[in-house]
Design a binder for this molecule. Structure first.
Ligand code: SAH
Ligand code: DHB
Ligand code: MG
Length: 237
């Protein structure tokens, strides 16, 4: 077989696998993850405003929602808002006096997110703070918004080690920290990778490994967003 044939066969195989990942996501979404007008409108408004379609999938969004409920979260911190799709799932886990603070660098993303949260009836529980997260996190701390019960890290991946340190700082024993996109098509396994995102994920993992206050793991996922994964940590002390 020529190289072109081999590459073509590999691509066809990858496409078949991906079609199956889509089918399984679609099956479980239909069975277990009913959508609703506010979630649909959030995706539509985000797309219309030209935001990148890199929000968590419905199944992932619901998993975040369930995890936040499982730990009885009353204060949630999200780093990386985009159009607020994951924010809606997370804020819906809160009690009526709960609070979600979500940090976003792009003013347009933040504006779309605020509208989406408003439409979802969640304005009173949520706050979108605009700026580089490493610059807004000190104010979140100074304003006494922590400690948080649940923290979702999903912004620029090279900064993950810094976000992880901040997450710990804004945690209490029992806090759950979830990090999105830690696998990146498997690239994370290559220690020699010069991808700053991969290096960020690896350095964060090494930090976590050396930090006696946390214990964690990472899970690979496939689905409509391709091959990626989540890391999850429990703050123990
Ligand atoms: N959590 C969202 C997706 C977030 S995408 C969801 O699943 O629905 C990542 C977001 O992080 C983008 O909107 C991007 O603008 C934002 N971002 C990138 N760098 C950032 C930074 N330094 N501080 C805060 N947000 C940042
Ligand atoms: C990217 C970022 C994300 O948060 C995500 O879930 C998928 C992709 C990205 O920057 O490419
Ligand atoms: Mg993500």
């Amino acid at each position: 077989m020529t190289q072109a044939h081999t590459a073509q066969a590999q691509m066809a195989q990858a496409q078949m696998a991906h079609a199956q990942w889509d089918a399984v996501d679609n099956y479980f979404e239909q069975a277990l993850v009913p959508s609703d007008a506010a979630l649909e409108a959030a995706l539509q408004a985000s797309s219309k405003a030209g935001l990148p379609e890199i929000n968590v999938t419905p199944s992932q969004g619901k998993l975040l929602h369930l995890m936040a409920r499982m730990c009885g979260a009353q204060r949630i911190l999200e780093i990386g808002t985009l159009g607020g799709y994951s924010s809606i799932w997370l804020a819906r886990a809160l009690p009526l006096d709960g609070r979600l603070v979500t940090l976003e660098y792009e003013p347009l993303h933040a504006e779309v997110a605020r509208e989406n949260l408003e439409r979802a009836g969640l304005s009173g529980l949520t706050e979108v703070r605009v700026g580089r997260a490493l610059e807004t996190l000190p104010q979140v701390e100074a304003d006494g918004l922590g400690p948080f019960d649940f923290i979702f890290i999903d912004a620029d991946k090279p900064s993950n080690p810094d976000y992880f340190v901040w997450a710990l700082r804004l945690s209490r024993p029992g806090t759950v920290i979830v990090v999105d996109n830690v696998v990146r098509d498997g690239a994370v396994a290559d220690g020699d990778s010069d991808d700053p995102a991969v290096q960020g994920i690896r350095r964060m993992s090494e930090l976590a490994a050396g930090e006696p206050r946390v214990t964690g793991t990472a899970i690979q996922t496939v689905g409509t967003k391709g091959y990626d994964g989540f890391a999850a940590f429990l703050v123990t002390a």
